[in-house]
Design a protein around this ligand. Structure first.
Ligand SMILES: [Mg+2]
Ligand SMILES: [Zn+2]
Length: 433
């Protein structure tokens, strides 16, 4: 599979005068060289550089790539046509799925893993996606429970709307047919022009939700942060090469007020201090992953669509405190029959409904988590039991149900107790960091 790198940027905001943006040194090594090395480490050896501004600097530095053990084709854009137009101009060189990388991003991503998801989903395009602490000025994806993109919401977003916090991170795997949607003879952008056209045509776009590191280095501040993240090991730590600890968070009664079922976005209300607690997890570089039982879906009282809106409200309220969840898994099942309007297909004894550990095991598989070093914060013994069944430890908090199901779990004992999530995070940042 080819890796196409958009390498025509000027780097004005970085104050570059003698080289194009992708050649900016990051901790002493040109960013573009870091990208080639990162892709090569995952078995990619065939590169197409789409260049423009000061193309000769890139050509002189890399040549045909043989010094790095790869093959590099340089294609100078006849005129700047945007992120999508540039690829269209080179379409004669692209007849099978390819990776698109923006030349100003620092990445440590298992591209082979992402390409594999792309092949399996049959999508026209797969978009790397992750939450961040500023979704209001980011391009955001609204996805269903299978990761299929329903809508692409381009920045900026009006204040006050419900905004799922899943940001498109300028890294794609595309099939050649995606290029058919790029307009001829005018500048166009993947996120703003082409992906909406692909969705309008009824074709599939898939989100690749990952903890791995992808950040643009387009300003001096971001560049400094990227260099600090390399030096601290944060870039590598988030990769799939290393198992990493996570903090799992139950939803109702831990993050938000317990209401015995939340069926609309207006009923979701964060507990005091919850956003601040999640933000502190985020700043510590530990994945924050919500795992929640939502049996009302099986009972026919809550549709998947409404649950998406509830989770958009959760994301929106967390984002107001600059906090985010790295992932959220929910169990829509319920074992017992007998509700009017219930969904028979979801009325099953599943492996994901807590106290079963399925959601933690799924998250561990997806993000390569070290469960033995991970913790869960919950308000019920069912949460504690799920954590223990997964090989993790658990804190019981006194908010929400305050452990009122203890009689059903006589053999289960939390590893720690805390008054609320804030206090639980105080404790975890002591023992985990
Ligand atoms: Mg709960
Ligand atoms: Zn389930």
């Amino acid at each position: 599979m080819k890796v196409v790198i958009l390498a025509g940027g000027k780097g004005t905001r970085l104050g570059l005068t003698d080289r194009p943006k992708p050649m900016v040194p990051v901790a002493g090594c040109p960013l573009l060289q870091r990208q080639v090395e990162a892709a090569r480490d995952h078995g990619f050896t065939d590169f197409l550089f789409l260049t423009g501004h000061m193309a000769h600097v890139i050509e002189d530095h890399f040549g045909d790539g043989s010094a790095m053990g790869v093959t590099i084709t340089h294609f100078r854009e006849p005129e700047p046509l945007g992120t999508a137009g540039a690829v269209r101009a080179a379409r004669h060189l692209l007849n099978e799925p390819f990776v698109v990388l923006y030349g100003d991003t620092l990445i440590d991503v298992d591209l082979a893993h992402m390409a594999d998801l792309h092949r399996r989903s049959g999508a026209a395009g797969t978009i790397f996606a992750h939450p961040n602490d500023h979704p209001y000025d980011s391009d955001v994806l609204d996805v269903d429970e299978d990761g299929r993109v329903l809508r692409l919401m381009a920045k900026p977003h009006p204040e006050g709307i419900l905004l799922p916090n899943l940001v498109s991170a300028a890294l794609y795997v595309l099939s050649p047919e995606a290029i058919d949607h790029v307009p001829a003879n005018r500048a166009s952008d993947w996120a703003h022009d082409v992906f909406p056209a692909i969705l309008s045509a009824g074709q599939r776009l898939q989100a690749y939700r990952s903890l791995e590191y992808v950040k643009d280095m387009g300003t001096p501040e971001r560049l400094a942060r990227g260099e600090a993240d390399l030096a601290s090991g944060r870039v590598a730590r988030l990769s799939l090469r290393y198992p990493k600890p996570a903090i799992f968070l139950d939803r109702d009664g831990v993050l938000n007020v317990e209401r015995n079922g939340i069926h609309d976005s207006a009923s979701l209300e964060l507990l005091p201090g919850a956003a601040d607690a999640v933000r502190r997890i985020n700043l510590a570089g530990i994945p924050a992953i919500c795992v929640t039982n939502q049996p009302d879906v099986a009972k026919g009282m809550l549709t998947f669509e409404r649950l998406r809106a509830v989770h958009a409200a959760l994301d929106t309220q967390l984002a107001a405190g600059k906090a985010y969840l790295d992932d959220l898994l929910f169990c829509p099942h319920h074992p017992e029959m007998g509700w009017p309007g219930e969904v028979p297909a979801l009325k099953v004894a599943c492996a994901c409904r807590k106290p079963e550990p399925g959601m933690l095991l799924d998250a561990a598989e997806r993000h390569r988590l070290d469960l033995s070093a991970s913790w869960l914060v919950g308000d019920r013994y069912a949460d504690v039991a799920a954590a223990h069944a997964a090989g993790a430890r658990a804190i019981l908090v006194a908010t929400g149900h305050d452990g009122n199901d203890s009689a059903r779990y006589p053999d289960i004992k939390p590893d720690h107790v805390a008054p609320d999530l804030g206090a639980a995070v105080d404790y975890l940042l002591e023992v985990m960091v």
